[in-house]
Structures are given as C-alpha cells and as structure tokens.
Design a protein around this ligand. Sequence first.
Ligand SMILES: CC(C)(COP(=O)(O)OP(=O)(O)OC[C@H]1O[C@@H](n2cnc3c(N)ncnc32)[C@H](O)[C@@H]1OP(=O)(O)O)[C@@H](O)C(=O)NCCC(=O)NCCS
Length: 145
Amino acid sequence: MKIRVMSIEDYDKVYELWTNTEGMGLRSLDDSYEGIDQFLKRNPATNFIAEIENEIIGTILCGHDGRRGYIYHTAVRTKYRGKGIGKALVKAVLDALRREEINKVALVAFESNESGNKFWESLGFNNRKDLIYRNKTINETLLNI
Ligand SMILES: CC(C)(COP(=O)(O)OP(=O)(O)OC[C@H]1O[C@@H](n2cnc3c(N)ncnc32)[C@H](O)[C@@H]1OP(=O)(O)O)[C@@H](O)C(=O)NCCC(=O)NCCS
C-alpha cells in the first residue's frame, strides 16, 4: 500500500470511490472535475490517496486558508477497512499541514455516521459541543454530474 499526493489525473477513480462510499456528502459544484481541480491547485500538497497496484483504495482531501486546515472526503474502500489505512491518510495530512505551519485542523461529520465519528474520536478529533456549526450557500448552481 502506498500513500501519495493526489493529482487531478486521479479524479475519475477517486470519484468512483466517493460515489460508492456511504456517509459521503457529495456536492455537484465542489466535487465536479473543475471544483476538485481548483481545490488541488490551491492546496497542492495536502490531498492524498492510498493505492495498491494502481487501484485507489483510499482518499483524503485537505485544504487550509493560512490559519486552519479542513479535512473532507476521508474514505477507504470497504474491503480494506480496519487495516490502518484511514489512520495513515490522516497522518499524511497532519504531517503536510505541519510542514505548512498550520497548527489546527477541523472537519464536519454527519452525526448519524457512528463509525466515522468513532474513527475521528480515536484519532483525537474532539466533538466540540460548545460550538454551533453555521454555513451559507452562496452559489446554488447545480451541475449535472
Ligand atoms: C472512517 C474510515 C475512513 C476509516 O478507515 P479505516 O482504514 O477503516 O480506519 P483505520 O483502520 O485506520 O482505523 C483507525 C482507528 O479508527 C477506529 N475505527 C475505525 N473504524 C471503526 C469502526 N467502524 N468502528 C469503531 N472504530 C473504528 C479504530 O479505533 C481504529 O483503530 P484500531 O484499528 O487500532 O482499532 C472508513 O471506515 C470509511 O471509509 N468509512 C466511510 C466513509 C466515512 O464515514 N468517512 C468519514 C466521513 S466523516
């Protein structure tokens, strides 16, 4: 198993993995080829895939704004779970963020995603019950992908 930086050439295989992963909230614009291309260009060193012989078996996206890192789309193909691959992907992200002098990282998980939340808890990602997550959609355009 190898972990390497994700490039846009990986998009089709990565998207196939995302669409076959439960608990993954995909967005038509953000997760389109163009959306991911833009994200990788802004964050060229903090997105990773895990692969075995050309098969992509895990992904993690992460970007930062110069202050906080944000993790998205952590996924490991079902038959490879429970072998430390998710943990290794998170470690790759944390090491990359440290290299960019980012000191804190956050993510959003569906409350209903019990195993996903156990995974994050085991890696020391605390559930901040004192905060309220707020957001606002500023572009409603939908793409047919
Ligand atoms: C969450 C996910 C990425 C974990 O990947 P993984 O490779 O199986 O995780 P690891 O083997 O590295 O597990 C690391 C630790 O997380 C915890 N963990 C992982 N899966 C767990 C589960 N189903 N239940 C409880 N704890 C779990 C364990 O403590 C584990 O440590 P251990 O192996 O020493 O017991 C994977 O299950 C997945 O793709 N799930 C669907 C997508 C998803 O929910 N992503 C998170 C979105 S917020």
